[in-house]
Design a protein around this ligand. Structure first.
Ligand code: IMP
Length: 430
């Protein structure tokens, strides 16, 4: 029996969906604990591509219980669209496969409107959010003004809470953001219609997950976004509004930390970032463009081109520490196939100092320049390699260097989007 947390070890989009999909084979439950439909997990089964924003990736495996924990924020419209899309493809035959905790906070139309209008108003100072209403929803949750999934299923409670909160939202929208106010009756009609379809998914994530663990099941906790987007430990304020690091799994579901056996951080063989904020190893040249094209680095949620850069070990070590990573899963290694030389940032230079720890102060981080080590590229197609030992020596050398620089073992190597383009070196469930 093992309970494993999977987190992004960079700024998101590390290929978590695929790794979760592979590990799901060993788990009976897959649980999301934070974020919302700002995430976009792309999964390829056979030749069919499925993009999931909210529902745990484990849903593609029949019989696996998929749970949305209290730490998640849920847009009911998107959730229902995702359910319909999955059913159309023949998944989710049994609705009992999916459970939503009653304490999940709902993304409301005013959250989306505020998110978008604020970004617009901020101009050059924007965060570059996904515009899905994530930040404003978490603000209301912490401000104790949120409307929860369980409230939606009680029409009178939902109507009362909406009536209480909407005047303040409309005041802010109209008088500060210069937007149109939203209609209470329109929101009520829209959301109560959703409620009828959602009733069957209500449950208690903490009870379900703890019961499963007691019964000896394996549980996989599926993180979204990445460690450097964590609201406390990321590049604040250029972060998302939830706890993306492993500790978030405990608060976002209601499980004790002592029940966690392994924490796997997903990292690409290079780095990408969407939205604004510092990115020390960012490439603004043809190499950056080549990585973007070869790696198809365009957002799964917003379609935005991702910023690209060399692997940043300083940032990765931060993720190893804040998450207590027990293993790294290295993805998209094949994107570097053609390069004769690969650069890796192993320290930063700040003024005349050499820095090995990721600076918490953004003003310092902004002025850091990367110190690179050059590693020879393998310059051959590795997509067809099935066993780690059969990788070219230079590719193995790249993996081993990452292990020695971070002090964390690489337990999985991915060389393509498909399930069979993966080398599992150590199974965290074993
Ligand atoms: P928000 O989560 O929409 O509030 O966006 C805040 C920041 O997190 C922005 O820089 C987004 O681009 C980034 N972000 C949010 N979700 C993801 C994700 O799933 N992958 C990568 N970046 C993300």
């Amino acid at each position: 029996m093992a309970n494993v947390i999977i987190v992004g070890a960079q700024w998101g989009d590390e290929g978590k969906g695929k790794v979760v999909d592979i590990y799901t084979e060993h788990a009976q439950q897959v649980v999301r604990f934070q974020g919302g439909n700002n995430a976009g997990h792309t999964l390829v089964v056979g030749d069919e591509k499925t993009v999931l924003h909210l529902i745990p990736s484990g849903i593609l495996h029949e019989g696996k219980r998929c749970i949305i924990g209290n730490g998640v924020v849920l847009d009911p419209k998107i959730f229902l669209e995702e359910i319909d899309g999955l059913k159309k493809k023949g998944y989710l035959k049994d609705d009992g496969q999916l459970l939503v905790d009653g304490a999940v906070n709902l993304i409301m139309p005013y959250h989306r409107a505020i998110d978008i209008a604020r970004e617009h108003k901020a101009g050059g100072k924007k965060i570059g959010t996904t515009g899905r209403g994530i930040g404003p929803t978490y603000e209301d949750k912490v401000g104790r003004r949120g409307i929860r999934f369980a409230d939606l299923l009680k029409p009178e409670t939902f109507a009362r809470k909406l009536k209480d909160v909407l005047p303040e939202k409309n005041f802010y929208l109209e008088n500060f953001l210069g937007e149109k106010p939203l209609s209470e009756s329109a929101i009520l009609d829209e959301y109560l219609a959703y409620a009828e379809r959602l009733r069957g998914y209500l449950g208690n994530a903490s009870i379900e997950v703890n019961l499963a663990i007691k019964a000896g099941d394996n549980v996989l906790f599926e993180g979204a976004q990445g460690s450097l987007l964590d609201v406390d430990h990321g590049t604040y304020p250029y972060v998302t509004s939830s706890s993306t690091i492993a500790g978030g799994a405990c608060t976002g579901v209601g499980v004790g930390p002592g029940l966690i056996d392994a924490v796997i951080g997903i990292t690409k063989a290079y780095v990408t970032r969407v939205g604004e904020g510092p990115f020390p190893t960012e490439l603004h040249d043809e190499m950056g463009e080549q990585i973007r094209k070869t790696g198809s680095e365009f957002g799964a949620t917003t379609g935005r081109p991702r910023r690209t850069g060399w692997l940043d070990i300083v940032a990765l070590r931060e993720a190893v520490r804040t998450n207590g990573l027990t293993g790294l899963a290295l993805t998209k290694m094949d994107v570097l196939n053609e390069l004769d030389t690969i650069k890796v940032c192993t320290a930063y230079r700040y003024k005349d100092q050499l820095i090995e720890n990721f600076p918490a102060d953004l003003d310092i981080l902004r002025d850091c320049t990367p110190v690179y080590e050059e590693v020879p590229g393998w310059q051959q197609d590795i997509n067809y390699v099935k066993e780690y030992e059969q990788l070219p020596a230079k590719a193995i050398d790249y993996v081993e260097k990452i292990e020695s620089w971070t002090g964390c073992p690489v337990v999985l190597v991915s060389v393509g989007p498909r399930r069979d383009e993966t080398m599992v070196r150590k199974n965290p469930f074993a």
